[in-house]
Design a protein around this ligand. Structure first.
Ligand code: PLP
Length: 285
């Protein structure tokens, strides 16, 4: 039985009920986080909670409780749900009003919901075990506040499905000028001539925690040149390697873009080094 947290109480999932007037439901008016944990150990718990605080600030909502209280909820959910391979989802919405109005409601309590779900075992740095991703490219048709981890995910859902409908795993997104933003549920890295490139943070992409951790590790490792800069689609098409990063995938190698092989079409050596580094250091964050 899954135990969840809803508005101050822990309860079985089946007992968790929210109003259909909740603005998270009616407007997608909320912020969420997903934190990975394996055998009771989280990766990047504090950075995730800090991002949630910033996301709430960006949409004019306070953090409903301090970061330590949120941390305690996460720890209790992991304990109550069996310490396996768990994703911890936390969602804060602007609450349920009695009328439907776009304007922010006054004196309405936020809804705070958290639950755990099973995720695949920890990715391993092993070319023979890793899945090579196939992706398509598409114009990024989402909104212009992608730095906010909003629960309004329809733009991302449509792009993700676009990839699925093409028989692929993900969709790489490019802005109107042809520059890479991110993928529908991941950040993107491009490797060319031993140089690791990723788009700089702005309103066009989520400041991924995995992206941040990986950049930090690679910079400290100091073996390869790293640049956060705009990457044109022409550079992506002739990349030696492409990686997707996200909390559940960690560093995932892409082997095919729009039906054509990436590099030699095999999982690359730099991917192996990067995932190895990530596996070694991820619990330090
Ligand atoms: N970009 C988008 C649009 C995402 O939805 C996600 C993860 O859900 C990411 C990037 C990767 O973020 P993180 O590494 O924090 O999981």
């Amino acid at each position: 039985m899954t135990i969840v947290f809803l508005n101050g109480e822990f309860m079985p999932m089946a007992d968790a009920k929210i109003s259909p007037m909740d603005r998270g439901f009616l407007f997608g008016d909320g912020i969420y986080e997903v934190i990975p944990s394996y055998a009771g150990r989280c990766i990047g718990l504090l950075p995730h909670l800090q991002r949630m605080k910033l996301g709430l600030q960006a949409i004019g909502m306070p953090l409903p409780m301090d970061i330590n209280a949120l941390k305690t909820i996460v720890e209790r959910l992991i304990r109550d749900n069996g310490k396996g391979n768990l994703g911890i989802y936390i969602h804060v919405s602007r609450g349920a009003d009695i009328k439907r109005s776009h304007a922010y409601p006054v004196n309405v309590a936020q809804t705070v919901f958290a639950f755990t779900f099973e995720i695949p075992p920890e990715p391993v740095a092993d070319k023979s075990l890793v899945k090579g991703y196939k992706v398509i490219s598409a114009q990024d048709l989402r909104w212009k506040r992608c730095q906010v981890k909003s629960t309004s995910l329809l733009g991302n859902v449509l792009h993700f499905q676009q990839g699925q409908d093409a028989g692929c795993h993900e969709t790489l997104l490019f802005n109107q000028e042809g520059y890479l933003t991110e993928a529908s549920a991941c950040n993107v890295f491009v490797i060319k001539n031993n140089c690791i490139l990723t788009p700089p943070l702005d309103h066009q992409l989520l400041p991924g925690i995995t992206r941040h951790l990986l950049l930090d590790m690679l910079k400290q490792d100091n073996k390869l040149h790293i640049a956060e800069r705009a990457i044109h689609i022409d550079e992506v098409r002739c990349a030696d390697e492409i990686w997707l990063t996200s909390s559940s995938k960690e560093v995932a190698p892409v082997i095919e873009l729009d039906g054509k092989p990436v590099g030699d079409g095999k999982v690359g050596d730099i991917w192996l080094a990067a995932q190895r580094l990530f596996s070694q250091q991820k619990y330090q964050y």
